[in-house]
Design a protein. Structure first.
Length: 170
């Protein structure tokens, strides 16, 4: 996608979004095979202990990324949900947890980034089917990347977050 095509602050059916091209990056964190990402949300965000551990593992980018992905370890009907931080030059390994961490590489892609109030909008987004929403604006899901990312800032309080989907032009 040309840089001129990057769109900021667009809206579809009441959902604000932007489109950006991102280079590949790596996320490292706690992981679990789940029926729903909500299981890890409760374990990491609600209980706070692992949330605080994750934020200390990157000295600059304190965002926590929740990644829903499929791999060969996932039985039918389940997926892997990883909550972690960006593993880059600012990553600080915590020896107490290194054997509990899972690393996942995210491929370069164009991304649609929905800015949401988790409490009010996350369920509504899925009711509106984000796959259909992206189709309405000329994109399809980029299966070569094949995952979604929930992004929570370090001061996340149950409200402002982002939902990222890899996309490609139809």
């Amino acid at each position: 996608m040309d840089m001129e095509k990057n769109m900021e602050n667009q809206e579809i059916k009441g959902f604000n979004y932007s489109i950006k091209k991102l280079s590949s990056f790596e996320i490292i964190g706690f992981t679990k095979i789940v029926n729903s990402g909500g299981e890890m949300y409760d374990e990491i965000i609600q209980k706070k202990e692992k949330w605080e551990i994750l934020k200390k593992m990157n000295i600059i980018n304190k965002n926590v990324y929740g990644i829903a992905s499929m791999d060969k370890e996932c039985p039918e009907g389940k997926y892997r949900y990883t909550m972690g931080i960006e593993k880059n030059g600012n990553y600080v390994e915590d020896k107490n947890f290194v054997d509990q961490l899972f690393s996942i590489n995210i491929k370069e892609s164009d991304w649609i980034i929905f800015s949401l109030d988790f409490e009010k909008d996350f369920g509504k987004l899925w009711e509106n089917d984000p796959y259909k929403l992206i189709g309405e604006i000329g994109y399809s899901f980029n299966n070569a990347v094949g995952l979604h990312i929930d992004v929570f800032t370090e001061n996340y309080d149950g409200h402002k977050m982002e939902f990222w989907m890899p996309i490609k032009e139809k």
